[in-house]
Design a protein around this ligand. Structure first.
Ligand code: SF4
Length: 524
C-alpha cells in the first residue's frame, strides 16, 4: 500500500511538473496542467457559486467526488502536488524539527472555517477561492517561484534553451512569496500543517470523506502502542483512533503496526468529526462577507452582467481574449499558467493595482514585453476559460486596448528628434508619421482603429523609464462569446498585419519619416 502511494505521489508530481515545464509558448497544447487545475474541487465550487453556472471541469470533479465517497481523501495523499510537496518538506526537515509541536485537535476545525468564509464570499459574488485552493497554489509555487529560479540557476548553460531569468515576476508579487513561504514554513514546524488545519479543499473532501465506504479499521487486538500515531502525516490521536474525514487513507500506519491489526475495510470505525461550532461557523460567514466587501467591490457589485458584446473601458489591460472584467475575475483561478506560458514575459501577476479583488490575476505589462502577434499561448493554457482559447485569426481581433501617445515625452514631438521606433515596431501599421505645422520632424499618431493594444510600440520606445507611448485599456474588446473579428468589424476596426507592408510601400509624403537625426542609442 505504501509503495502504491509513493509511486502515485511521485507519478502525479512528475506529471504536474511536466505540465508546468511544457506550458510555455509552442509546447502549450500538450500541457497536462489544465487537467490538474480542473481537478481542484474548491476552484470548481468557487466558480460555480460565484457565477451560478457550471465552469469547465465538471467531469473531473464528478469523478473526484465519486472516488472520495468510495475511498475517502486519497486525493490528498496520492494525487495533490501541493500535498506531496509539503510531505517532502516535512520529510527533508524531519531531523531538524526536534520535539514535535502538537497543536490542539480542535485546530482541525480551522479548515472548515476557511472553507465557509470562502464559500460565503463566493455567494456574495466575490471569488476568493484561489487564496486557498491547493492546485492553484501549487501551480503558482512551481510556475512563478521555482521555475524562474531554475532558469536563473541554469543561466542557459546548465540547461540550454531556457529563456533568461524572469525573477521580476516573483519580485512583483511579494505577497505570493509570503503566502507560499508561510505554507511551506508551517510544514517544517508540523508535518502537513496546511493539510491538517487550513486547506479548504481538504475540508471539502473531508466533509465528503466522512461518508466514504472504505475506511481505516483497527482490530480488537490493538495494544495501543502509539506507533501508528507517530507516523501518521495528519497526526491521528495517540490512542490510534481517527476522526471522521481526517484520515488521508495513505496506509502509513498499516505498515507501522507491529500487531498487524490495522487495515482498510468497508465501514471502519471513526470518531466524531471536527465540525466547527455554531459560533465559529457564524464568524466564518461574517468573515467571508467582510472579505467580499473589503475586496473592493461592494456586495453584489459583480453579480450583474455588463452589456454583452460591448467593448468595456476597464481599468487594467488584460491578456487578449480575456472575458469581460467581472466574469474574468470570477473565472480566473490565479493559477499563473498564462504567466508561465507567455513567451515575451508580458503577463505579470497583479497585486495592488485594483483593490484586493484582482490580486494575482494576469496583467499585461507592455513595457516588459509585447503581445506576440502569432502567439495564442495564454488562451490555450488557461484551464478555466477566463482567457478564451482563440485561433490566430480571432486572437488578432481581440483588442487588448489602445496605445496612447504622451507628446511631452516623445522624442519627435517634444525634442524635435527624428524617431520612428514605434512606427517600425508596430506589426499592424497603426502608427502614422505626419508632418505637422511647427514641428521640425515627422511626428507619430496612433490610428486607433488599427491598434490592437499589443504593446510592441510601448516595449520598443527608446525613452527611458515610462514610455512615450503607452497601452491603455481604452477600446478593449472583451467578449464572453461570439466572434471578435465580426464584432470588431461592426465597431469599425481595421486590424490586419498587412497594413504594415502597405505602409512600407506607401508613397504618401505625409507618412515618410524625416531623415534627420536619430534618437540617442540608434545609428543609421
Ligand atoms: S487567466 Fe491565467 S491565471 Fe487565470 S485561470 Fe486562466 S491561466 Fe490561470
Amino acid at each position: 500500500m505504501n509503495r502504491i502511494r509513493r509511486w502515485s505521489q511521485a507519478g502525479f508530481l512528475i506529471l504536474f511538473l511536466a505540465g508546468v515545464a511544457l506550458a510555455f509558448g509552442a509546447f502549450v497544447p500538450w500541457s497536462p496542467l489544465a487537467a490538474f487545475i480542473r481537478l481542484d474541487p474548491l476552484l470548481f465550487l468557487g466558480q460555480a457559486v460565484t457565477r451560478l453556472d457550471w465552469p469547465p471541469g465538471l467531469l473531473q470533479v464528478g469523478v473526484l467526488v465519486g472516488v472520495t465517497l468510495f475511498l475517502g481523501r486519497i486525493f490528498c495523499s496520492h494525487v495533490c502536488p501541493l500535498g506531496t510537496t509539503l510531505a517532502l518538506v516535512a520529510w527533508l526537515t524531519r531531523a531538524k524539527r526536534g520535539k514535535r509541536f502538537q497543536p490542539p485537535e480542535t485546530w482541525r476545525r480551522g479548515k472548515y472555517v476557511v472553507l465557509i468564509a470562502l464559500i460565503v464570499a463566493a455567494f456574495w459574488g466575490v471569488n476568493l477561492t484561489h487564496w486557498g485552493a491547493p492546485l492553484s497554489l501549487a501551480t503558482r509555487l512551481y510556475a512563478l517561484v521555482v521555475w524562474p529560479f531554475v532558469q536563473f540557476v541554469s543561466d542557459n548553460t546548465v540547461l540550454p534553451g531556457l529563456t533568461p531569468p524572469e525573477l521580476v515576476r516573483v519580485a512583483h508579487s511579494g505577497a505570493l512569496l509570503v503566502l507560499l513561504g508561510g505554507i511551506l514554513g508551517l510544514s517544517v514546524l508540523v508535518p502537513r500543517f496546511w493539510c491538517r488545519y487550513l486547506c479548504p479543499a481538504g475540508a471539502l473532501l473531508a466533509f465528503l470523506g466522512r461518508w466514504s465506504l472504505v475506511r481505516r479499521g483497527v482490530g480488537e487486538h490493538c495494544t495501543h502502542c502509539g506507533r501508528c500515531a507517530q507516523q501518521c502525516p495528519v497526526g491521528i490521536g495517540e490512542d490510534g483512533a481517527v476522526a471522521a474525514g481526517e484520515c488521508l487513507n495513505c496506509g502509513l500506519c498499516v505498515a507501522q503496526c507491529p500487531e498487524e491489526v490495522i487495515g482498510f475495510q468497508t465501514g471502519g470505525q471513526q470518531r466524531a468529526p471536527f465540525w466547527p461550532r455554531r459560533r465559529q461557523a457564524l464568524g466564518a460567514a461574517l468573515a467571508g462577507t467582510a472579505a467580499a466587501f473589503f475586496a473592493g467591490t461592494g456586495l453584489w457589485a459583480y453579480r450583474g452582467e455588463r452589456e454583452k458584446g460591448q467593448p468595456v473601458a476597464e481599468t487594467l489591460v488584460r491578456p487578449p481574449g480575456a472575458l469581460p472584467e467581472g466574469a474574468f475575475l470570477d473565472r480566473c483561478v490565479r493559477c499563473g499558467a498564462c504567466l508561465r506560458a507567455c513567451p515575451t514575459n508580458m503577463l505579470h501577476p497583479q497585486w495592488g493595482e485594483q483593490s484586493g479583488l484582482g490580486a494575482f490575476a494576469p496583467l499585461a505589462v507592455a513595457r516588459r514585453g509585447p503581445c506576440e502577434a502569432r502567439c495564442t499561448a495564454c488562451g490555450e493554457v488557461c484551464p478555466t476559460g477566463a482567457i478564451r482559447s482563440l485561433p490566430l485569426t480571432e486572437k488578432l481581433w481581440a483588442k487588448m486596448g489602445t496605445a496612447r501617445l504622451l507628446p511631452s515625452k516623445c522624442l519627435a514631438w517634444e525634442w524635435d528628434r527624428s524617431c520612428l521606433v514605434c512606427d517600425e515596431a508596430c506589426p499592424f501599421g497603426a502608427i502614422d508619421l505626419r508632418r505637422e505645422p511647427g514641428q521640425k520632424v515627422a511626428v507619430p499618431y496612433v490610428l486607433e482603429d488599427r491598434c490592437t493594444g499589443c504593446g510592441a510600440c510601448e516595449h520598443a520606445c527608446p525613452v527611458q523609464g515610462q514610455a512615450a507611448i503607452q497601452v491603455t485599456p481604452m477600446g478593449a474588446l472583451r467578449l464572453d462569446s461570439g466572434s471578435f473579428r465580426q464584432r470588431g468589424r461592426q465597431l469599425g476596426l481595421d486590424i490586419s498585419r498587412t497594413h504594415d507592408k502597405d505602409r512600407a510601400l506607401s508613397s504618401d509624403p505625409h507618412s515618410a519619416p524625416d531623415s534627420g537625426q536619430l534618437p540617442p542609442g540608434f545609428s543609421s
